[in-house]
Design a protein around this ligand. Structure first.
Ligand SMILES: *[C@@H]1O[C@H](CO)[C@@H](O)[C@H](O)[C@H]1NC(C)=O
Ligand SMILES: *[C@@H]1O[C@H](CO)[C@@H](O)[C@H](O)[C@H]1NC(C)=O
Ligand SMILES: *[C@@H]1O[C@H](CO)[C@@H](O)[C@H](O)[C@H]1NC(C)=O
Ligand SMILES: [Fe+2]
Length: 479
């Protein structure tokens, strides 16, 4: 049965991804589920854990380049308390310890709790660890599973969520993603939507979101990227430093990939090389983000990590009226690299709907011929927009008509995606719609790796990379 389904999926992929001749699908399915309003603060989903100074808003993220470390974060509200994580290989036996740091900050007249961050490193691969934080009767216990060692044939399951917020639809997305057994979450920006509030309530809604997502974030590492709702530029209340709440609360392992900013970085996990970009930081030629990406792409070793995945907030291909063309400037700067390095998938959010592209590129722009439109390109990534996590702004219901040639499938419903990497050549992808409280896999296909799936492209990539390494001019010699 499974084999039959896979064969079916395979043939539909051959049809949809390789021969681009057929028109894309605009699904007429629209289900708003619940009104797009934030869950009231007294709802149990935001419950404060019991006990004096009990840790809350617990979340973990990868702490190094290769997956042998995690950063554990939590907040205490009564007093700073301990910065220590006690951990071990069985429940109740926490014979190892790591010590972190604590900080607090103000945002207008809001005072944050004590934010703890602790790097736990030197972990074993493919191992379940149990951990405990907090003091005495108020301590709390969680667990996490480390990824397999970096290996081209490792298998791993990612969940992909964007633009989540804290509504009943957000809750449905979160619960559905937990049901899939996704081992780590690729988050494509716009976390709490706390910026929809004013003054003191902004900080309050960052705190409530931290408690809301803890059911997943305390156990599965979330790979964070920042969206426009993280900017929080509020001159009217004297808060003008971008990303302040986000950066205080959601650390990333950016130093491990030699990045100079927590907003863009890379991690390797199982057999995936994941690159996180910042749509709201400068990225044109010679900016820090551009310089970093140029170097990081050269570090990608498809013999070790066959799957190359890029995360950003604003999509480079989007045929929804919402945010139409907003990703265009980043497309102009980075798209040729994505094709040169044969990126497998680019995930974005921002648009509150689902959309998947064919493998297309628009890098042949020629001023004298006037040619400038996307064409089928086997070296190009598949672009997927999953900004449909369910935040309070609601769905982006208006798609452009007619559906452009580059758009393969689009639907304005809430949901999330999963990417189940099987080995170096195959991965199974699903977009899961939230349908009357149920998770319904809707846009599903088998993905062939851009490097291992085709020996010709593999040879080309080797040749191109060598070429680009040889001809690149060292920084110091640039004028
Ligand atoms: C941080 O906490 C300390 C101790 O409670 C307090 O004195 C200080 O004002 C706080 N700092 C900020 C920036 O809120
Ligand atoms: C651009 O288009 C013109 C006219 O079609 C053609 O002669 C020229 O070779 C093209 N240039 C490049 C770089 O492709
Ligand atoms: C990779 O996984 C796919 C799908 O499960 C399977 O058909 C294929 O034989 C596997 N390839 C290798 C090299 O193991
Ligand atoms: Fe956004």
């Amino acid at each position: 049965m499974l084999v039959q389904v896979q064969l079916l999926l395979l043939s539909s992929v051959l049809f949809s991804c390789i021969s681009n001749g057929n028109a894309g699908v605009t699904s007429g399915f629209v289900r708003n589920e619940w009104p797009s309003i934030d869950i009231p603060l007294d709802n149990e989903v935001f419950a404060v854990p019991k006990g004096h100074n009990a840790p809350q808003q617990v979340h973990i993220t990868q702490g190094d380049y290769d997956g042998k470390a995690v950063i554990i974060s939590w907040v205490t509200v009564d007093e700073p308390g301990s910065n220590r994580v006690r951990y071990g290989l069985s429940e109740g036996k926490y014979d190892l310890t790591a010590d972190g740091t604590v900080q607090n900050y103000t945002f207008y007249n809001y005072k944050s709790g004590y934010i703890h961050q602790c790097l736990v490193d030197g972990l074993k691969y493919s191992t379940k660890y149990y951990y405990e934080i907090g003091d005495g009767d108020s301590s709390r216990k969680f667990w996490f599973q480390t990824p397999p060692e970096i290996d081209p044939d490792a298998s791993y399951k990612f969940g992909i969520i964007g633009d989540l917020g804290q509504t009943y639809n957000s809750l449905s997305t979160l619960e559905h993603c937990l049901q899939t057994g996704a081992q780590a979450i690729l988050f494509v920006g716009d976390l709490s939507y706390a910026d929809r509030y004013k003054y003191h309530d902004v900080g309050v809604r960052w705190d409530s979101w931290g408690r809301f997502v803890e059911r997943s974030t305390a156990y599965q590492p979330w790979i964070w990227s920042a969206g426009n709702h993280e900017i929080e530029y509020f001159p009217y209340m004297g808060e003008v430093i971008p990303f302040r709440n986000y950066l205080h609360r959601y650390p990333t392992p950016y130093l491990a990939s030699e990045s100079t900013s927590p907003l863009w970085y890379a991690v390797r996990r199982a057999n995936a090389h994941i690159i996180v970009l910042s749509s709201y930081s400068s990225f044109v030629k010679y900016t820090p983000q551009w310089e970093w990406l140029e170097k990081e792409l050269k570090k990608v070793d498809r013999e070790k990590t066959p799957w190359l995945i890029v995360l950003m907030h604003s999509p480079m291909y989007n045929s929804n009226d919402a945010h139409f063309m907003e990703g265009e400037s980043m497309r102009v700067v980075f798209e040729s690299w994505f094709c040169q390095y044969k990126v497998d998938l680019v995930f974005a959010g921002h648009v509150h709907a689902y959309e998947r592209s064919y493998r297309i590129s628009n890098i042949r722009y020629n001023v004298s011929s006037g040619a400038s439109y996307p064409v089928p390109d086997k070296s190009a990534p598949v672009y997927i927009t999953v900004g449909d996590g369910g935040n309070q702004e609601g769905l982006a219901l208006r798609f452009r008509d007619p559906q452009p040639d580059y758009s393969a499938f689009r639907e304005a419903s809430y949901g999330h995606s999963t990417l189940e990497i099987k080995n170096r050549t195959h991965a199974i992808y699903h977009w899961n719609r939230n349908d009357e409280g149920k998770r319904v896999p809707t846009d599903s296909f088998v993905l062939h790796n851009q490097y291992w799936g085709n020996s010709h492209r593999r040879r080309n990539l080797k040749k191109n990379n060598l070429h680009s390494v040889v001809t690149s001019v060292p920084l110091s010699q640039r004028s």
